[in-house]
Design a protein around this ligand. Structure first.
Ligand SMILES: Nc1ncnc2c1ncn2[C@@H]1O[C@H](COP(=O)(O)OP(=O)(O)OP(=O)(O)O)[C@@H](O)[C@H]1O
Length: 268
């Protein structure tokens, strides 16, 4: 991002900004350019789905949104805040590790592999963030975790360790764990791809209920049906750029770009 520091300072933050705003984001790993100038935005309360071929940069972009990867150029703002930078005394300063940690509490992320703590029960997995990271009293964090497990359809399962839960149940615990931090936006990276087909719907149903409840969500997915039914916008990423973005139903029914048409013809 260093190369863009001057232009960042000049751009300013006046006017309405979407909750999530990415402008011309680039990212390389060595000589391999993975993101070549991504423009992307999501309004508060909206669900944005991202589709695209394997290796097109979808996960890398999501990781940039959550500051798990550092872009080489461009600008990402969440709720008007520059991800990775503070603007002080007329200059951009890179975040320190405490600022990165604080930011991630505000942006939930659910991964393909559920990443639960194997030595904690479902309840402890959900309660540990508020109790250990936010310093919430343990009793309160556990009571809230009970409520969240109920919300994802897992009432009565709180005492179980992850290995005693199905993949779909584990992913729902992971969603509850993310919700426990009261995130402003939730990012999902192919949350159903590691599940047996018969377990996919139970996770999609939970995500649908979050969407109906007004949660702002960015979702990398192969679930075109979910995108069509639930999402407010759909972006097709290929070769590290957003090739096409629009209303999901329109984009799926009538893709404008040849690359989008080719991709959809393979997955529909
Ligand atoms: N940490 C890394 N180091 C080196 N290369 C990486 C790293 N992370 C991702 N890549 C490369 O970046 C490219 C894009 O990967 P990414 O995971 O973002 O794609 P994707 O669109 O999410 O693919 P998929 O749908 O298969 O998950 C790939 O070629 C991948 O090998």
């Amino acid at each position: 991002m260093t190369s863009t520091t001057t232009s960042l300072a000049e751009t300013g933050t006046a006017g309405h900004l979407p909750l999530v705003l990415a402008e011309q984001v680039t990212k390389s790993f060595g000589n391999h350019q993975v993101l070549s100038g991504i423009d992307f935005s999501v309004e508060a309360g909206e669900v944005a789905c991202i589709i695209g071929p394997s290796g097109s940069g979808k996960s890398t972009f999501l990781r940039c949104l959550n500051a798990l990867e550092k872009p080489n150029g461009g600008r990402i703002r969440i709720d008007g805040e520059d991800v990775g930078f503070n603007y002080r005394k007329g200059k951009f300063h890179e975040w320190n590790s405490a600022e990165y940690a604080k930011f991630r509490l505000n942006v939930g992320m659910v991964f393909q592999r559920f990443n639960l703590f194997a030595n904690m029960t479902a309840l402890e997995n959900v309660a540990c963030g508020p109790a250990r990271v936010k310093g919430e009293p343990k009793k309160l964090a556990l009571a809230r975790a009970e409520e969240l497990l109920e919300r994802v359809g897992l009432a009565g399962h709180g005492h179980k360790y992850p290995m005693k839960l199905s993949g779909g149940q584990q992913q729902r615990v992971a969603i509850a764990r993310s919700l426990a931090m009261d995130p402003q936006v939730m990012l999902f990276d192919e949350p159903t791809s590691a599940l047996d087909p018969e377990l996919v719907d139970e996770v999609l149903e939970v995500m649908k209920s979050l969407a109906v409840g007004g949660m702002t969500m960015v979702l990398v997915t192969h679930e075109i049906g979910f995108a069509r039914e639930v999402a407010d916008s759909l972006a097709f990423i290929d070769g590290g750029v957003v090739v096409e973005k629009g209303n999901p139903r329109e984009l799926i029914a009538n893709p404008q770009h040849e690359r989008t048409q080719q991709f959809l013809s393979k997955v529909l």
